[in-house]
Design a protein around this ligand. Structure first.
Ligand SMILES: Cc1ncc(COP(=O)(O)O)c(C=O)c1O
Length: 390
């Protein structure tokens, strides 16, 4: 049977850069102890009070179809949180609840792009981005960035493609680089979106994980509320990856259409998950800081380990749960280094090449294992790089 090119062409063919990760998983299945510094998943579980709330909500009957846009309560809570953090007036009519940030990314691009439209995204990028853009029938166009500039996009490179595009997808704090976009970068991005009439899709799923500088939501910049769709999620901020609860914040008219889209695709998010998410959000900033704290601690440990040697470089680690390490002094590609490290020391990291071409010669390290083991793995990684460079 013929399958649509939309589905068969989703990943764009070829290796999607996950081979090292898959090899690590095979080694683990074969009984080999592998230190996994690959995927962005906390080493803690969802907090017990959130699970208790989920259970109580389900037991009290919130197990039928839930309101497709999201419950009024959760939409109000998300709106209030966004307004408090950005100063932009936001009501429940600016919010649609989605099954996680990933579904929000897809839906936001459905809203912004017609089939055949060009959709821009910044390289290095979160691995699903190009496939998500292809999935809505758009033509993905990567905007290169440079390690020497801490992967902040350049105006001239963005403007070389923005005139003919419909949307621009950005992510700050950034996965995979750990960089937080500066106010100047965001002002340049906003100016480009306004002058070239682009939708800005702002993936802010790491907005509670900022170690240096500040997170500025571009929806708060002049003239941007009417052309920005903010993607948010409970996954990273509240250690609720498996609950699949996220949202889009945007102009009322587009949210109304996104609710119609949800009616025809997801039909909403389970009510007991929404009740638990609402409870989790109401724990406030102190709880979010507690969830983020292990990454901040491990980042400090990593800075100490990296300061002791000169082979491995650290891209400014300003936010999110990852470090981007420059291993070009070894003369190896990120992919070759990642394979070598896995085979020699059974430590799994992601090659920079998994996230596009701009992070070639780098590796991404997820700070998602316990502090001591993390520090030891990073020390081994650095010693390994020194040996290869020698
Ligand atoms: C940058 C970025 N955006 C979106 C997501 C999707 O998150 P979720 O669907 O769990 O909300 C992730 C997950 O790792 C991510 O790193």
């Amino acid at each position: 049977m013929h399958q649509s090119t939309r589905i068969t062409g989703l990943t764009g063919g070829g290796s999607d850069g996950w081979d090292v990760f898959l090899k690590a998983r095979r080694m683990i299945a074969d009984g080999i102890a592998v230190t996994e510094l690959t995927i962005g998943e906390h080493d803690i579980r969802t907090a017990a009070p959130i699970l208790q709330k989920m259970h109580a909500a389900a037991m009290s009957g919130h197990t039928g179809y839930a309101a497709v846009p999201g419950t009024d309560t959760l939409r109000d809570t998300v709106a209030a949180r966004v307004q408090a953090r950005t100063g932009v007036p936001t009501t429940r009519n600016n919010v649609v609840i989605t099954p996680g940030g990933q579904a929000a990314l897809f839906a936001a691009h459905m809203a912004a792009c017609d089939p055949g439209d060009t959709a821009l995204y910044i390289d290095p990028y979160y691995a699903t981005y190009p496939g998500t853009l292809r999935g809505v029938g758009a033509i993905p166009q990567a905007i290169k960035t440079h390690a020497a500039e801490a992967f902040q996009p350049r105006a001239e490179e963005l403007r070389a493609h923005s005139r003919n595009a419909s949307s621009l997808l950005i992510n700050t704090p950034n996965n995979p680089t750990g960089v937080v976009y500066s106010d100047a970068t965001l002002a340049m991005i906003a100016e480009t979106c306004r002058s070239d009439d682009l939708w800005l899709i702002s993936d802010e799923v790491y907005d509670t994980q900022v170690w240096e500088g500040r997170h500025l939501s571009p929806r708060a910049l002049p003239g941007m509320a009417e052309r920005t769709l903010v993607v948010g999620s409970m996954s990273k901020s509240h250690a609720m990856t498996g609950s699949r609860c996220g949202w889009i914040v945007g102009p009322e008219a587009v949210i109304a259409n996104l609710i119609t889209l949800a009616t025809h695709t997801t039909y909403g998010v389970p009510g007991f998950i929404q009740d638990a998410s609402d409870f989790a959000l109401k724990q406030g900033a102190a709880f979010e800081a507690e969830i983020a704290a292990p990454f901040q601690r491990r980042r400090a440990l990593a800075k100490q380990v990296i300061a002791r040697q000169n082979t491995v470089g650290l891209v400014p680690a300003q936010g999110a749960m990852y470090l981007m390490l420059d291993i070009r002094a070894t003369g190896m590609t990120g992919e070759a280094f990642a394979y070598d490290l896995l085979e020699t020391h059974h430590i799994a990291v992601m090659p920079g090449e998994s996230f596009g071409t701009s992070a070639a010669g780098h590796i991404r390290v997820a700070m998602t294992i316990e502090d001591r083991a993390f520090e030891q793995a990073l020390s081994k990684l650095c010693t390994h790089a020194e040996k290869r460079a020698a």
